[in-house]
Design a protein around this ligand. Structure first.
Ligand code: SAH
Length: 438
């Protein structure tokens, strides 16, 4: 009898271990608390401490699930490096000869992926002999990605004979310091704000980069049903296993808090709304854009936000990608942790959130193709091709086309800038540059 009991509990344990998958964790949460909001599902799918998509694997390179512009070509990253130098000069952190002043150069990057953009930016700064008086801060939620980024960045700095030392402290920041550069990784933006912009602390201007970060932030989905707005929640099908979207029973708290339809839609739009219409809203994106604008208004600097999207809200833009393939819409909920989730970025919402802050300007969006051309990608291509063999030249040419051409990444991806009104005409976000569209 005793033996059978022991055997049963052993079998039970076996099953538990096998079932400790993310989908089971989410199922249990729903079984316990009822249907959850889509942002809660999203957070678990991408950032669950053990099983989240970004927490455990390389998702960016050729063998991963997708390739971003920063992984496609060094030209892209170098031009961002040049933009940073030019902007530091424009706002007075570097002098007219691109030499340091008494202000520190401070860069803050959100969601740095494999650390490739940052490594290339540091290489550009090294070429201009400007790897001094530099602080590079990173916001990265995933422990796994932070390690990858640190490896890449430290390897790059070694090439300039810079060996920053890890400085242990028990706060929520991982620091690497040397006489020249100061690197700081924060798990969350809130930690950065607490650590770097506390009252009474001296703050230098900061240039902020966010490449394919905002599209990774969750959206709430609302649907007009039965003459009222409801939220699309994640619940369980009758089999008690399959996750599926279900509508809230009438307007729930989020309908009022996140959408607020009375205020959100103009009277003209209200007349056009019909049964079954949906809208996606990312409250976290608005909060971050507003906070970045506040930071820039307070300490100076600018933000460069790069992503795919447009100046409008989307109704059906959520995508799940696995191994370079767009997954079937019905599978979005049933492979949490195994595929990437993203939503098109509503740049209008980011702009409105930023413009709530006094003294802040958001110039017209630029397409990626236009921005890269204005920054001189063709000149850079030519220089690289000069010293290249035929095969490399062909590769560089195809990288250029992939980044710039409108039927590739040139027009879906946009560059948005947030800066102080008094730092007007931040290149290349100037009127003339808008004339050419790719
Ligand atoms: N910028 C890189 C990576 C883009 S993917 C590139 O373009 O290749 C999104 C990145 O943001 C990943 O590094 C991911 O781990 C991180 N991330 C996603 N959600 C986050 C969050 N809420 N807070 C901080 N980092 C996040």
């Amino acid at each position: 009898m005793k033996l059978i009991k022991q055997f049963c509990s052993f079998v039970g344990k076996e099953i538990d271990i096998k079932q400790a998958s993310l989908i089971n964790i989410i199922r249990s949460e729903i079984a316990e608390k009822g249907a959850i909001s889509f942002p809660r599902f999203w957070h678990q799918a991408l950032l669950h401490e053990k099983f989240g998509y970004y927490m455990k694997q390389d998702v960016f390179n050729k063998d991963g699930d997708f390739v971003t512009s920063v992984e496609i070509s060094q030209m892209f990253n170098e031009l961002i490096g040049i933009w940073l130098l030019n902007t530091f000069q424009h706002i007075g952190v570097l002098d007219n000869n691109f030499r340091p002043t008494n202000q520190k150069m401070h860069i803050l990057e959100f969601g740095p992926g494999l650390g490739t953009l940052s490594s290339n930016v540091l290489r550009v700064f090294a070429q201009f002999n400007l790897l001094e008086n530099l602080q590079y801060s990173y916001v990265e939620y995933s422990d796994y990605m932070r390690k990858k980024q640190q490896e890449a960045v430290l390897k790059q700095l070694q090439k300039s004979n810079i060996y920053p030392k890890y400085e242990y402290n028990n706060q929520k920041v991982e620091k690497f310091e040397s006489a020249e550069v100061n690197l700081k990784w924060f798990k969350m933006y809130e930690h950065f704000l607490y650590e770097e912009t506390r009252e009474g602390q001296h703050c230098d201007p900061v240039l902020i980069l966010a490449h394919e970060f905002f599209d990774a932030l969750p959206v709430n989905i609302f649907e007009y049903s039965g003459g009222q707005w409801c939220e699309k929640l994640v619940g369980l099908d009758q089999d008690g296993k399959t996750l599926k979207f279900i509508l809230s029973n009438g307007p729930n708290q989020n309908v009022y808090k996140v959408l607020n339809p009375d205020k959100y839609f103009s009277p003209e739009i209200k007349k056009l709304i019909k049964e079954g219409d949906t809208i996606e809203i990312s409250p976290q994106s608005g909060v971050i854009a507003n906070s970045l604008a506040e930071l820039i208004a307070k300490v100076g600097g600018a933000a460069l936000i790069i992503d795919y999207g447009e100046k409008r809200a989307f109704s059906d833009s959520i995508r799940a990608i696995q191994r370079h393939k767009l997954m079937d819409k019905n599978d979005i909920l049933n492979k949490p942790g195994d595929c990437d989730l993203s939503a098109y970025v509503n740049f209008m919402a980011l702009e409105q959130a930023a413009l709530k802050v006094e003294g802040i300007k958001v110039p017209e969006l630029m397409t990626q193709g236009n921005w890269l051309e204005q920054m001189g990608i063709q000149a850079r291509l030519q220089i690289l091709c000069k010293n290249a063999n035929k095969a490399t030249e062909k590769r560089l040419q195809s990288e250029y086309e992939r980044l710039v051409h409108s039927n590739q990444m040139g027009s879906n991806f946009k560059f948005m800038c947030i800066h102080r009104t008094k730092n007007n005409n931040l290149f290349p976000f100037i009127q003339d540059a808008q004339q050419i569209y790719y």
